[in-house]
Write a protein that binds this ligand. Structure first.
Ligand SMILES: Cc1cc2nc3c(=O)[nH]c(=O)nc-3n(C[C@H](O)[C@H](O)[C@H](O)COP(=O)(O)OP(=O)(O)OC[C@H]3O[C@@H](n4cnc5c(N)ncnc54)[C@H](O)[C@@H]3O)c2cc1C
Ligand SMILES: NC(=O)c1ccc[n+]([C@@H]2O[C@H](COP(=O)([O-])OP(=O)(O)OC[C@H]3O[C@@H](n4cnc5c(N)ncnc54)[C@H](OP(=O)(O)O)[C@@H]3O)[C@@H](O)[C@H]2O)c1
Ligand SMILES: *[C@@H]1O[C@H](CO)[C@@H](O)[C@H](O)[C@H]1NC(C)=O
Ligand SMILES: *[C@@H]1O[C@H](CO)[C@@H](O)[C@H](O)[C@H]1NC(C)=O
Ligand SMILES: *[C@@H]1O[C@H](CO)[C@@H](O)[C@H](O)[C@H]1NC(C)=O
Ligand SMILES: *[C@@H]1O[C@H](CO)[C@@H](O)[C@H](O)[C@H]1NC(C)=O
Length: 528
């Protein structure tokens, strides 16, 4: 109840802040001439990390800047903000997050540097805690006098007006409270619109007959409540984190659960009570048909956990993000999995505008969200402040080509199929030029250009990595915790974990919690 009141207050405050700042800025617009106009699209974790990094720059580097940030939702926090009405297919929900969602890693793995979760947070933080964490970071970010945060504002188009050397973005924005369209101009555009917004819904041969027979076929983006599947035989398709998550919930209510996975999918644990089956290839003859030729005759509902498409409609609308491959031309293109050409998944290398005109934050999946978002945002902030920190487009393209070759060599797949992941192609172990994690190499590349940047906000001192030593240990052990933690929640219910996190608050405490849990789990799961 208290939490709800706080959330309401928060929303009112942010509304107040948004409308106040916009009126203020519009009336003062003629008097104030910004030195740089920066647009930020999306205020999920990526956009919040971006605001933090921009505002953290030393004052002399951001004198006279005006930052304008948009989000179409009523609150900041992106997909962690609950949708306040039930999903209504076929319209796409505002978020895939559902009641009962927890993080898929321990929270120390997900934080931004120097900002632990509050005391006594369960290791696998529930959605509400994740939202509070990011909203707390947003609230603690001081906005400049001329900065604007416009919630319930949807960016509908963005077009570069200019050439390969100079110009600006013309951005159209719809105020969802009035349905009025407004125009903005920006020198730099940083987009963090999220990659879990457009469900990938494959169509299967025989699907019409399946639906006509009254059977269900739905994407997990609409999943909210496992009671919907009570007594049914359910087939979950897709072996990514969403498939695991949905299977974990539905297995408790369904009469039977099949989980269709395939070779080469990320190695996720089995679910007790669910039967693993091969990839579903069609619904021929009105039955799920697997790629080993067998059919599953008794299925009532198919839940597609087949992932999401990487799309940014407000750029595609103006021809600034092509949706028709081939990739790796001069123009920014997406095939639904991968946007190219982007230097380090961040800097757009389209030949129609200079590098540094357009940045993407948070395209990565399977990554330590807070660290990679912070590193990308820091990289964007410093390179906007000093464009000569960025190499010329040709050099950035050569670096991209080199990284993509490493993905081919190490992961054995084409980058455009592999997508925006960083667990291959980085670090000396993978044969990469330098040693370290993606986020470390990204900020270190700034210091390589200008050694005076070492120790500046967001950039570690010489000899240190952005990724602290303790965090490396956390990364290496998070999956182990994940399995046991969920089994304990299943067996003993929520609240079971209180004894483990009581009195814990610092990063060192939380590591101790992890250690104690792993010892406990070792004994518990394999008694003598
Ligand atoms: C079910 C699920 C669970 C997950 N769990 C974890 C986890 O445990 N740990 C983890 O680290 N990651 C998790 N992730 C990954 C998650 O995507 C990232 O952690 C991160 O929160 C994504 O943040 P984001 O800012 O990139 O995108 P989002 O959270 O999607 O935020 C993007 C924001 O941009 C706004 N926006 C988009 N387009 C426009 C526009 N045109 N105009 C105005 N506003 C716009 C949206 O309204 C939204 O608020 C999970 C993902 C899913 C789907
Ligand atoms: N609790 C949590 O924290 C949580 C929960 C859910 C999601 N997430 C996050 O959300 C993001 C997206 O995860 P996701 O699982 O939704 O997507 P994902 O990682 O893209 O996984 C989707 C899976 O479905 C498979 N697939 C696609 N089409 C298929 C088809 N026609 N038949 C069979 N399989 C098919 C894909 O394999 P192919 O690539 O081979 O097609 C892929 O393995 C990730 O960043 C993840 O970490 C987190
Ligand atoms: C804005 O447009 C939406 C969708 O067309 C509509 O539902 C809503 O009532 C409109 N709001 C206003 C204030 O006109
Ligand atoms: C195909 O897979 C199903 C589910 O795992 C299994 O029951 C069946 O025996 C397999 N069929 C063949 C021909 O291997
Ligand atoms: C910008 O970066 C370059 C290195 O790329 C450095 O030499 C220069 O001094 C920097 N400019 C400022 C104003 O800091
Ligand atoms: C920084 O990271 C590299 C590569 O992972 C590692 O070898 C080195 O020990 C780290 N340095 C510190 C101070 O943690």
């Amino acid at each position: 109840m208290l939490a709800q009141q706080l959330l309401l207050c928060y929303i009112l405050v942010s509304y107040g802040r948004a409308s106040w700042t916009s009126q203020h800025a519009f009336s003062a617009a003629s008097a104030f001439e910004p030195t740089k106009r920066i647009g930020v699209v999306g205020l999920g974790t990526g956009g919040i990390a971006t605001l933090r990094a921009l505002r953290a720059l030393p004052m002399h580097m951001r004198e006279g800047w005006q930052i304008t940030a948009f989000d179409e939702r009523h609150a900041v926090g992106g997909l962690w903000v609950p949708q306040d009405y039930p999903p209504d297919p076929p319209s796409v929900p505002q978020t895939p997050a559902y009641p009962g969602l927890r993080m898929n890693a321990v929270h120390m793995h997900m934080t931004v540097p120097g900002e632990p979760f509050p005391p006594e947070t369960p290791l696998l933080a529930p959605r509400e805690r994740v939202l509070e964490y990011w909203q707390g970071l947003f609230d603690a970010t001081p906005l400049g006098e001329h900065d604007r945060v416009l919630l319930r504002h949807s960016v509908t188009s963005a077009a570069w007006v200019g050439d390969a050397e100079r110009g600006h973005w013309d951005v159209q924005v719809m105020d969802l409270s009035t349905n009025r369209t407004m125009g903005f101009q920006f020198d730099n555009l940083i987009v963090a619109p999220g990659v879990n917004r457009f469900p990938r819904v494959p169509t299967f041969e025989g699907q019409d007959a399946w639906l006509a027979a009254g059977k269900r076929l739905e994407h997990c983006m609409w999943f909210r409540d496992s009671n919907r599947y009570a007594g049914q035989t359910v087939l979950t398709v897709g072996g990514g984190p969403s498939g695991l998550d949905v299977a974990r919930h539905v297995v408790h209510t369904a009469r039977k659960l099949y989980w269709s996975r395939q070779d080469g999918e990320p190695e996720l644990p089995d679910i007790r009570g669910a039967e693993n089956v091969p990839r579903m290839v069609s619904l021929k003859k009105g039955l799920p048909t697997l790629n080993n030729g067998s059919t599953l005759p008794d299925v009532d509902t198919i839940i597609l956990a087949t992932g999401y498409e990487v799309r940014v409609p407000f750029l595609s609308a103006t021809g600034f993000l092509d949706e028709t491959p081939p990739l790796n031309g001069d123009r920014l293109t997406t095939n639904g999995r991968y946007i190219s050409p982007l230097y380090e998944h961040t800097v757009a290398l389209d030949s129609r505008y200079p590098p540094g005109a357009l940045y993407f934050i948070s395209l990565l999946t399977y990554n330590p969200t807070g660290m990679t978002n912070a590193a990308q945002a820091t990289f964007a902030a410093y390179t906007i402040a000093n464009a000569s920190l960025l190499d010329a487009r040709d050099e950035l393209r050569a670096a991209l080509a080199q990284r993509e070759q490493h993905v081919r060599n190490e992961a054995g797949v084409e980058p455009e199929r592999y997508g925006h992941k960083v667990n291959s192609g980085y670090g000396a172990e993978e044969g990469y030029a330098a040693d370290g994690f993606y986020q470390d190499l990204l900020v270190r590349s700034l210091v390589a250009r200008d050694p005076r940047l070492a120790g500046m906000p967001g950039i570690p001192r010489g000899g240190f990595n952005l990724t602290e030593r303790w965090r490396v240990w956390v990364m290496e052990h998070t999956d182990q915790v994940l399995v046991g933690w969920h089994e304990m929640v299943d067996e003993r219910g929520e609240g079971w974990e209180e004894e483990f996190v009581r009195g814990q608050g610092t990063e060192a405490d939380y590591m101790d919690t992890m250690r104690r849990f792993l010892e406990f789990w070792d004994d518990y799961s394999e008694p003598e």
